[in-house]
Design a protein. Structure first.
Length: 103
């Protein structure tokens, strides 16, 4: 993933959380303009700060890079719940999802 893609993904996930770049910067223990510098392509985080960013956003590092997934935290939560269901229930859910996605 290129720096621009990283910056865009960060901005989208932050916007989804409905928090300002300044507030996020301060919440992860950085200076007020830290996230803005990343989102504008001026900087990239260290690995340790990247892990803090992921934790703050409620995503795993791999989910951060899964750009086709718009709501990684919701998908993870649903998947965890699905793992508890029996086969009949999973079949019912699969049918509902197919109808909702117009497949």
């Amino acid at each position: 993933m290129y720096k621009e893609d990283f910056s865009l993904r960060l901005a989208r996930l932050r916007d989804k959380k409905n928090v300002s770049a300044r507030d996020m910067s301060l919440s992860i223990g950085q200076n007020p303009g830290y996230i803005n510098n990343i989102e504008s392509g001026k900087a990239l985080p260290s690995m340790s700060v990247f892990f803090c960013i992921c934790e703050y956003l409620g995503v795993t590092p791999s989910e951060f890079f899964e750009t086709e997934v718009k709501s990684p935290e919701a998908i993870r939560n649903i998947t965890e719940d699905l793992m508890l269901l029996d086969e009949a229930s999973l079949g019912s859910i699969a049918q509902i999802v197919k109808k909702l996605s117009n497949k």
